[in-house]
Design a protein. Structure first.
Ligand code: UFG
Length: 325
């Protein structure tokens, strides 16, 4: 099967490319390398291009003739989306629109979309279900809501077109073989920052808020291992191929760890101590964000294998110590 991936040179996309490549899919990565790395693309062709460039997209579609599209490429830094909202609407909405126009033109029938728990904003009920109100609290989350809506409307108008939106919770970890992993020039994510502190690349780690209504006062997140997440994409694609209707699924383990628990796990796994400073809350952080994952477990028969914080941190630490790029 020919699968076209946007953002296949990025963190999650490159793990997807590797899994599909290992399983014999014919993959093509389309990535502008704004945050991705060409070394991360271990299978198939890499076309360095931008989703703004519809001419190039058409050219690639007409030669590769994809049967399915998996759309990872997006801007993902929440605080940056608050400072530069138009950049986020341009990249996440306009460029997704370009892609969907080309998808429609070429009659591609199956589409998997990287959505985010950010669509829920501050959910009233946790674990949060897919049916919870979509109430993002930042431009990043709004762009994902608009993309999901575009997909819903397109599928309603085009009976042959079907999609799955996967709403990612906190993705972490790296390829256990150490070939690929997360790379970020200015990391904002908790585990990566903690690893940088363990490595001595950050002077200290700050905890953003210790007065939340949680067991230890710090925020709680649902961390999901990157390979369990990309496996969900394979299942979602099969689900569509079997003739099921378009749908939306949470991707998380349904279990949360507090910021303090994560820091303790990082210290244990790395065997290194580092300074941790308790500071003020970061605006826009929901106290608890945990997935209700019953839908994906039941409908996609998703069987996550690595619901184990220390395992996830260990793979990320190995990558951080022995990065290839
Ligand atoms: N945190 C710290 N110190 C740090 C970094 C993070 O205390 O140095 C805390 C944050 O305040 C938050 C938790 O760790 O409470 C997790 O923060 P991350 O930045 O790692 O992840 P988020 O939960 O903010 O972000 C994730 C996804 C986003 C998505 C969002 C939805 O990465 O794409 O969930 O709320 F939009």
């Amino acid at each position: 099967m020919r699968v076209f991936l946007t953002g296949g040179a990025g963190y999650i996309g490159s793990h997807m490319v590797k899994m599909l490549g290992e399983r014999g899919y014919d993959v093509l990565t389309y990535d502008n390398l704004s945050s991705g790395h060409k070394e991360a693309v271990l299978y198939g062709e890499l076309v360095v291009g931008d989703l703004a460039d519809k001419g190039l997209l058409r050219k690639v579609f007409s030669s590769f003739r994809p049967e399915a599209v998996i759309h990872f490429a997006a801007s993902i830094v929440v605080p940056e989306s608050v400072e530069k909202p138009l950049l986020y609407y341009r990249n996440n909405v306009c460029n997704t629109l370009n892609l969907l126009e080309v998808v429609k033109e070429f009659g591609v029938r199956y589409f998997i979309f990287s959505s985010s728990a950010a669509v829920y904003g501050m959910p009233k009920e946790v674990p949060v279900k897919e049916t919870a109100p979509l109430a993002p609290i930042n431009p990043y989350g709004y762009t994902k809501v608009v993309d999901e809506k575009m997909l819903e409307d397109l599928a309603a108008a085009e009976p042959d077109f079907r999609y799955v939106c996967l709403r990612y919770f906190n993705v972490t970890g790296a390829d256990p073989e150490g070939k690929i992993g997360q790379v970020s020039k200015r990391p904002t994510h908790l585990i990566l920052r903690a690893l940088k502190a363990a490595k001595g690349e950050l002077e200290r780690l700050e905890i953003y808020g210790t007065d939340y209504p949680t067991k230890d006062g710090t925020c709680i997140r649902d961390f999901i291992y990157v390979n369990d997440l990309v496996e969900a994409h394979v299942l979602a694609l099969n689900y569509l191929l079997e003739g099921n209707k378009s749908d939306v699924f949470n991707c998380g383990y349904g279990q949360g760890y507090s910021v303090k628990e994560v820091i303790a796990a990082v210290k244990k796994v790395t065997g290194r101590d580092f300074e941790v400073r308790e500071t003020a809350r970061r605006p826009g952080d929901p106290p608890v964000l945990v997935a209700d994952n019953r839908k994906i477990l039941e409908r996609l028969n998703w069987q996550p294998k690595h619901n184990d914080l220390e395992f996830m941190v260990k793979t990320a630490w190995q990558w951080e110590l022995n990065r290839r790029f």
